[in-house]
Write a protein that binds this ligand. Structure first.
Ligand SMILES: Nc1nc2c(ncn2[C@@H]2O[C@H](COP(=O)(O)OP(=O)(O)OP(=O)(O)O)[C@@H](O)[C@H]2O)c(=O)[nH]1
Ligand SMILES: [Mg+2]
Length: 326
């Protein structure tokens, strides 16, 4: 399929091979990102100018709400419309390699064998550098690779997941009927990040009730964005019901983002958070290295002995951390 890729390929080599559609280069760069290797930063730099084309769609919601099933169906729908797809699953409890039900598994296998689809599960929680950042870097790589749509599946709990969802252009929040917790989970912060709400498992009793509850909550929530009221779409992901409508809604949201200027303001806001995260990460590492040094250890001991105060020492540490070449 692809010519061999030398071990010592430079960042620029890798980047140009990725841009030319080389899956091996893509896989190598994803590994570098996941491992938090320093060469990943250089590789991403070489590619960054070629990103920004893909429609990045976040799919979030409580565990078991059908996110993977829905994402699979969405991917098949996009493929049927001639679009290429990337899928990044964060912390999946039901991996794409083995859905719970045979039918789900068959559809996922179909995606696996389709060269127009690239799937990756992120399993890097706790590894240095942060889950949100490495996930978003993988999304950038898939964007540069030329995927038209990149979907990110996250379980809608925790700060990382919310961060990832906020970085998407369009965020789908998936709810299911008759989970008391579900409505709580949705209320507890993820409703406001929804651009499109999905009531999945609409084949189960209680779906209409959830739709009307969500409608009320949307009305009570923060003022709607000019020109965009989050639609509510009912789906039966296992059967593909409602998926074509959902794809239409996602496309409408993208059109709205571009025509309202929100595409650019959201990008800029997300860039601000990204730069902040990169700086925090680097400062954090420097800080840890620095404060383990013998010189500082002695100063901490003298704080303990009340010879110095922590406020002045913190000022000195801050100076040292922000000095170049540390
Ligand atoms: N009845 C019904 N079951 C569904 C529907 N969609 C998904 N399921 C089932 O719900 C279960 C969970 O589906 P997943 O797609 O793995 O859910 P998930 O949200 O990705 O789960 P986690 O990644 O573990 O949080 C599976 O057994 C699916 O077959 C639906 O529309 N109706
Ligand atoms: Mg899943």
């Amino acid at each position: 399929l692809t010519a061999s890729l030398p071990r010592d390929a430079t960042a620029a080599d890798l980047a140009s091979r990725l841009l030319a559609g080389d899956r091996l280069a893509l896989a190598r760069m994803i590994s570098a990102v996941e491992a938090g290797r320093p060469d990943a930063r250089e590789q991403l730099r070489c590619l960054f100018a070629r990103t920004g084309r893909a429609h990045v769609v976040g799919v979030t919601g409580p565990p078991g709400s059908g996110k993977s099933t829905l994402t699979t169906r969405l991917a098949l729908e996009y493929r049927a419309r001639g679009q290429s797809v990337g899928i990044v699953a964060v912390d999946p409890t039901s991996p794409y390699s083995g859905g719970a039900i045979l039918g789900d598994r068959v559809r996922m296998m179909e995606l696996h064998s389709d060269p127009g689809v690239f799937m990756r599960s992120m399993a890097t929680r706790g590894v240095m550098g942060g889950l949100a950042r490495s996930t978003l870097d993988v999304v950038l790589l898939l964007d540069a690779f030329g995927k038209d749509v990149v979907m990110i599946e996250t379980v809608g709990v925790g700060q990382d997941e919310v961060e990832i969802a906020r970085a998407a252009h369009t965020t789908i929040v998936v709810g299911v009927p008759n989970l008391g917790d579900d409505i709580q989970a949705i209320k507890a912060g993820i409703l406001e990040i929804a651009d499109v709400l999905v009531v999945n498992k609409a084949d189960l009793a209680g779906a209409d009730r959830l739709v009307s509850d969500l409608r009320v909550m949307l009305q009570l929530g923060s003022a709607p964005l000019a020109g965009w009221a989050p639609p509510i779409v009912e789906t039966v992901a296992t059967e593909g019901v409602g998926v074509a409508e959902l794809v239409e809604r996602l496309a409408q949201h993208r059109v709205w983002l571009e025509s309202s200027g929100a595409w650019h303001t959201r990008r800029a806001e997300s860039a601000r958070r990204q730069v902040q995260a990169i700086v925090e990460d680097r400062v954090q590492r420097r800080l840890e290295r620095l404060t383990l040094g013998a010189e500082w250890q002695a100063r901490f001991a003298s704080i303990a002995a009340r010879e110095q105060d922590p406020y002045s020492v913190a000022e000195d540490v801050l100076d040292a951390v922000t000095q170049h070449g540390q």
